[in-house]
Design a protein around this ligand. Structure first.
Ligand SMILES: C[S@@+](CC[C@H](N)C(=O)[O-])C[C@H]1O[C@@H](n2cnc3c(N)ncnc32)[C@H](O)[C@@H]1O
Length: 222
């Protein structure tokens, strides 16, 4: 092997980890800074960002808040900040509810840091109780509360039941143009969405994207 070829091969090999990292990086740039990698949620977040505009969304509700702020883009999703930013730029408001004081504090810090406090309200409450008392209609509902487990069947069942209950409590506040996104679905046992999605499909909701997250729209809006 001649020297030039050897050096070229060595350079390519040395670069491979960086190339792979670049290829796997799923940013929402230019909407969010390039450095944040939304990984398996990028495809659904990008579609929702389009739909929010098309459907002139004004009220966003999220269960389970961005406890890790933007640093959690890769692991948790950082939805409070992503959709809160969209709300700020588009005259909408967002409510995010969480049962944990630590999660609420983490989320509130990032909301403040990003200057979203005028449009994003983070509530400390059980999502079921919060939704029961919610007044008005919801244009975009994001279900991402009760943490799921890849291995513990009891937690899986409880998480699935909790997300079903959230939807049942709030479904009267949704309209045919409402966007519904459910997180952590592409997991062993069907993820957070398994039971609620089965229920929703019987009620006329259609799956638009079925990946790590599941995005649903009502058939009457399609
Ligand atoms: C995966 S995190 C949410 C991540 C967030 N949606 C994001 O995009 O960054 C799940 C959160 O749900 C909260 N949670 C668990 N059970 C809940 C309940 N019954 N009501 C409200 N929040 C709950 C947890 O405290 C945790 O902060």
């Amino acid at each position: 092997m001649n020297t030039a070829l050897f050096i070229s091969l060595a350079v390519v090999l040395a670069m491979t980890p960086f190339i792979l990292k670049f290829v796997k990086h799923r940013s929402l740039y230019p909407f969010m800074p390039y450095e944040y990698n939304f990984r398996r949620r990028r495809v659904t977040f990008a579609k929702v960002l389009k739909l929010l505009k098309e459907r002139n969304v004004k009220i966003i509700v999220e269960t389970g808040t961005s406890r890790k702020g933007l640093e959690g883009a890769k692991s948790d999703g950082a939805a409070t900040i992503v959709f809160g930013k969209w709300a700020k730029e588009n005259g909408a408001v967002m409510h995010s509810v969480d049962i944990s004081e630590d999660s609420v504090n983490g989320s509130k810090n990032e909301v403040q840091k990003q200057g979203l406090q005028d449009v994003v309200t983070v509530h400390l409450d059980d999502s079921l109780n919060y939704l029961k008392n919610f007044e008005g209609q919801i244009d975009f509902l994001y279900l991402d509360s009760y943490d799921y487990s890849k291995t513990d069947l009891d937690i899986q069942r409880k998480s699935q039941e909790h997300h079903l209950q959230e939807f049942k409590i709030i479904e009267d506040r949704l309209h045919t143009n409402t966007i519904v996104l459910i997180d952590d679905c592409g997991l062993p046992g069907g993820g957070k969405g398994k039971t609620v999605i089965a229920y929703m499909r019987k009620k006329g909701w259609e799956i638009i994207i079925n990946k790590y997250q599941v995005l649903l729209l009502h058939k009457d809006s399609l």
